[in-house]
Ligand binder design. Sequence first.
Ligand code: HEM
Length: 154
Amino acid sequence: MTSFFSFLLHMHSGLRWLMLIILLVAIYKSFTGYAGNKPFTKSDNTIRLLTVILTHLQLIVGLILYIQSPLVKYFWGDFGSAVKQEAPMFFGLFHFLFMLIAVVFITIGSAKTKRRNTDKEKFKTMRGWFLAALIIILLAIPWPYLPSAGRPLF
Ligand code: HEM
């Protein structure tokens, strides 16, 4: 493993936590904001923006890892036998596809939130799209309990 790859892998692993924290804050704020008829403040907007920025940063790092990963190279190089193995299947297809969908959800959700006219609509839109993205992300993270695709928490 090259040191560049290893550096990016660590960055990708750490960024997961920053992403999850900011995403959870955004979802929490949209639930309480909606229920309490609160105004969509500047800080709510900053949280929305930060969520998108961190998500896109994670996507860029993920794409570079995808091009460099020996597991992904094996997946595309020997597709026939790779589809029968958990780790290459997970990173070559499942992780990549699900995370891409989650990134699209966050991007669309954020753009739609920005365009909504009322504060209530803004909270509702952000809540729906971001919550859906969170569920997908939680499903596609290589948690340590996965037999061979599992990775450390940090
Ligand atoms: C957007 C949310 C994402 C999260 C939370 C996430 C999370 C993670 C985590 C925790 C790891 C394990 C890191 C380690 O081994 O320490 C990982 C590995 C990886 N991720 Fe992601 N990821 C995301 C998106 C993506 C995307 C969009 C791609 C591809 C375009 C991608 C490609 C990869 C690859 C190739 C690996 C490493 C496979 C290997 O070990 O060779 N990730 N990801």
